[in-house]
Design a protein around this ligand. Structure first.
Ligand SMILES: [Zn+2]
Length: 253
């Protein structure tokens, strides 16, 4: 293993800023409105300040995310779209795309794979961020939502081989899109993290983005709220720094 490669797998030498590339475009593929912000809003905010362009792609319509018996799905979909757009704006994200599959029912289909491939070919990201697809039970304390697992798996399969090879979804090529090689994948929620973004300087921006998701009970600006306590604990390490941690995959070719 070369020294360069070795450093990617070392916990001691964690890179602190964005990768070196001329193609400063990143796509975050998330299952629900709010997942992208939990997973990567701090990184999006920080890298955007370094000249990157971030996009969010949200796979489901978020229509199950309520405990309010009076809330109708169509209304919730509209509210959550607006919240996600506002959160993305707060995180410095350029644009948000919605695939509108039904929340809680995301299934690995050819149609979903093609939709993610199309966005990769359209936006040509250097880096793609997404969910951990392989973990079902995390730390014996919570379940990795089936929509999260599905979105993560489809995204990884979309990167390789589907978006790369012209004979996958050839109708997209005939319509004028080009094949695209994503160079790096960043997976949140992984137990095998090898990369972190130090978001200590911008943690308030991440919280501000999360606060846009009012329908999800994340809107509390009260500094003593349970949500803000949870947020601060979740991303703060023992050394007091706030980080977003990822499993970083650097594509061999
Ligand atoms: Zn989710």
């Amino acid at each position: 293993m070369s020294a360069n490669l070795e450093s990617l797998y070392s916990y001691k030498e964690l890179p602190v800023s964005a990768p070196e590339t001329d193609n400063k475009v990143a796509l975050v593929v998330a299952a629900h409105p709010d997942d992208a912000d939990f997973g990567a809003a701090g990184t999006a905010y920080l890298w955007s300040k370094e000249g990157w362009t971030f996009y969010y792609l949200v796979c489901t319509d978020g229509s199950k995310g309520t405990a309010d018996p009076a809330m109708r799905p169509a209304e919730l979909i509209r509210i959550r779209r607006d919240e996600q757009r506002e959160a993305a704006r707060r995180a410095g994200v350029r644009d948000v795309f919605f695939l509108d599959y039904v929340d809680g029912e995301l299934t690995y289909t050819r149609s979903l794979l093609g939709d993610v491939v199309r966005h990769i070919r359209l936006l040509k990201p250097y880096a793609v961020f997404t969910h951990e697809p392989t973990a079902m039970i995390v730390r014996n304390s919570f379940i990795n939502h089936s929509d999260h697992r599905c979105a993560g798996q489809v995204t990884i399969d979309a990167i390789y081989p589907s978006a790369r090879d012209r004979l996958n979804f050839p109708e997209q090529i005939e319509q004028g899109l080009e094949t695209h090689n994503v160079k790096e994948i960043f997976i949140w929620g992984s137990e095998e993290t090898n990369y972190e973004t130090d978001i200590s300087e911008v943690v308030e921006a991440k919280i501000h983005a999360l606060n846009a998701h009012v329908s999800q009970g994340l809107g509390a600006e009260d500094p003593d709220s349970q949500f803000l306590k949870f947020v601060r604990e979740r991303w703060r390490g023992e050394d007091g720094r706030y980080t977003e941690r990822f499993r970083r995959v650097v594509m061999f070719r």
